[in-house]
Write a protein that binds this ligand. Sequence first.
Ligand SMILES: Nc1ncnc2c1ncn2[C@@H]1O[C@H](COP(=O)(O)OP(=O)(O)O)[C@@H](O)[C@H]1O
Ligand SMILES: [Mg+2]
Length: 271
Amino acid sequence: MLTFYKYLRTQVLSVCNIEEVYMTKVICLLNQKGGVGKTTISFNLAHGLAQLGLKVLVIDNDGQANLTGSFLAEGEKPKCYTSSMYRGSISNPQEVGPNIWLVAGDDDLDSVQFMPEGPDVFAQIVEKIIAENIFDYIVIDSNPQITNLTLAGIMASDYLIVPLQPSKYGLDGLRKLFLKVKEMRSTEASHASLLGFVMNKVKPTRLHRTTIQKLRKMYPQYIFETVIHELTAYEESPLDQKSIFDYEPSSRAALDMSAFVREVIRKIGSE
Ligand SMILES: Nc1ncnc2c1ncn2[C@@H]1O[C@H](COP(=O)(O)OP(=O)(O)O)[C@@H](O)[C@H]1O
Ligand SMILES: [Mg+2]
């Protein structure tokens, strides 16, 4: 299927006498804390972009493989693994929905993360995928903690999105992550820019409102306008392998996520 798209695109470009321009944008969702919404947002962001007709490759870069479990039903075997990318190879990504392809996570990622050259090799494979010019977006879901897997995701990405919970401690630990990104940028190991912090699991409480206001004052350009509320549909929908848009199309949750997807596209467009 992928080869067909590639063929078609090459034909169209050559008939129109247009040179190939690599337009794939790579977004990495990261935060060294677990449970903040990296996987939930990766899953729904990918679906939201795909529903707009954009071709999206999703890379599950976490050995827990929760993102893979959101796409594939229990017992359904993945066809292509992220751990292979660390070993320098990749087979055709698996089509998991209209306009969405998946490279699956598995516990082999826990061993490849100790390969010192792993992040470079992973980033080179992402470069190869970009050069094929098939996808509009690549969305990478990260592991918690800062390991070689996280560094690989940062190296391969153009944009970083950090989900946060609106608590006094939401930003704790992020200093270490951002020092790492800064160091990688200074040695040109990364060219990624911070697209923003997205507030997730937001409740309609005074505490959350004031915390978000404070964060907006501290980091005016970095907090997404859209906030994602705490709603059980986000927990339920992946159990049926459904995005929030298919699970509860006109719900508050779907509205939040749709606003977030549009804001991501807008922010990237204005970079
Ligand atoms: N906005 C939300 N509302 C309700 N539950 C959420 C929301 N975002 C995430 N969750 C739930 O919180 C848990 C952790 O989210 P997850 O996306 O797995 O975090 P991470 O990938 O950062 O570890 C999951 O059970 C998920 O369903
Ligand atoms: Mg996760």
